[in-house]
Design a protein around this ligand. Structure first.
Ligand SMILES: O=C(O)c1cc(=O)[nH]c(=O)n1[C@@H]1O[C@H](COP(=O)(O)O)[C@@H](O)[C@H]1O
Length: 243
């Protein structure tokens, strides 16, 4: 992913086909086709029929189900996801290196079975809704957040993931420790005018671009806007034009 429109991933955190269609219609009014993220809400509500629908509309799909289970269970689930012809999917890095490797194997076997390209596997490090304080008080991790995220990124890299999900705040720390083509995909994106909502580790699109994020994931700043197409264009401008 280069700094281009398809390195913006719009999170379709809605539950109905009509809401999806309204958002895809708004995005189609811009000159480009960002990738779109289907999360648990939409997938649990509309299932694989929604994947096919969005594919027919011509958008790349990031199916974000954040698998986190024993390796055998994850491999079998990934085998199913590998058949869908999607571009990206996720596991939790905290599931361990054997689980990440099992997910990769399942995706590859599924894709081979369906004669499609396997999706890129992204491992979620520490959710961007976790603060430094929560890391210590709730997870009892004594490392600073950047070190914890860096270690999980290295684990993901050596276990066969194609990249990680992290906050843009950790990108410069991780970069020297992973392969050059390892993707650093960053949610927690907010314009200075947006509320942080439940996000704890945020940056603006401009800051994320300067830090070296491979791609940004943006949901509510676009989907909750009264003018989603305009909000998308504002974010795109900041992401692509920075000094
Ligand atoms: O895996 C993700 O995409 C993800 C990981 C993470 O650490 N933080 C995070 O916010 N996300 C997703 O990124 C999107 C961010 O949405 P907004 O906060 O509305 O921009 C949501 O769909 C989250 O599920």
């Amino acid at each position: 992913m280069n700094a281009s429109a398809n390195s913006i991933i719009v999170a379709l955190d809605v539950s109905t086909t009509s809401s999806v269609d309204q958002l895809l219609d708004q995005l189609s009014q811009t000159d480009d086709r960002p990738a779109v993220k289907v999360g648990m809400e939409l997938f649990y509500s509309e299932g694989t029929a929604m994947i096919r629908h969005i594919q027919q509309c011509g958008f790349d799909i990031f199916l974000d189900l954040k698998l986190h289970d024993i390796p055998n269970t994850v491999e079998r689930a990934a085998y199913q996801l590998g058949q869908l012809g999607i571009q990206y999917t996720t596991v939790h890095a905290l599931g361990g290196g054997t689980m990440i490797a099992a997910a990769k194997r399942g995706l590859q076997r599924g894709a081979q079975q369906a004669h499609v390209t396997p999706p890129k596997l992204l491992a979620v490090t520490e959710l961007t809704s976790i603060s430094e304080k929560m890391l210590v008080n709730e997870q009892h991790v004594s490392l600073p957040m950047t070190d914890q995220v860096r270690q999980l990124a290295q684990l993901a890299d050596t276990s066969g993931a194609d990249g990680v999900i992290c906050s843009p705040q950790e990108v410069t720390t991780i970069k020297p420790f992973v392969n050059d083509d390892f993707l650093l995909v960053t949610p927690g994106i907010r314009l200075t005018t947006n509320p942080a909502d439940d996000q704890q580790r945020i940056m603006t699109p401009r800051q994320a671009a300067k830090a070296g994020s491979s791609a940004i994931v943006v949901g509510r700043p676009i989907t909750q806007s009264s003018q989603p197409a305009n909000a998308y264009m504002t974010i795109k401008k900041e992401w692509l034009i920075h000094d």
